[in-house]
Ligand binder design. Sequence first.
Ligand SMILES: Nc1ncnc2c1ncn2[C@@H]1O[C@H](COS(=O)(=O)NC(=O)[C@@H](N)CO)[C@@H](O)[C@H]1O
Length: 143
Amino acid sequence: MRMLLIHSDYLEYEVKDKALKKPEEISEEQKKGRLEEVLAAFISVEKVDEQNPEEVVEKAVKEIEDVASQVKTKNIFVYPFAHLSSELGSPDIALKILKEIEEKLKEKGYNVKRAPFGYYKAFKLSCKGHPLAELSRTIIPGE
Ligand SMILES: Nc1ncnc2c1ncn2[C@@H]1O[C@H](COS(=O)(=O)NC(=O)[C@@H](N)CO)[C@@H](O)[C@H]1O
């Protein structure tokens, strides 16, 4: 898994078109979303993650919690992003992993939104620009 973590004044998105034949089913309300004072986690799920999805979810949640506590925010945007890797995992497993990351963060008391999976989306982001505002993490099961 590859993660780009951006601490932002806000992140907002708007769903445009389908990027997959069968994208995630979403409600009208989910077609747009915005969070303020947010840690945006742009996530590419990779083929290697399919060896142990549970471990990858656990490690991703830990990394996100670690950065969120350093930048002092409880607002997290889980954003599916297919452009951080050339070894993408299957959409079905990727969606499952992203949903589990969302759920575990919510269980831990974070205010979490997850951008819809399988769509082209317009988005706006306002990176804060401090030294910890742009970070990346690579998660490999078994390592
Ligand atoms: N492995 C993945 N990790 C994260 N998001 C993914 C993954 N696979 C698919 N997606 C989601 O599905 C969307 C399209 O994925 S994609 O790999 O870019 N595929 C396409 O763009 C297709 N139009 C051609 O393959 C992405 O924008 C993202 O929302």
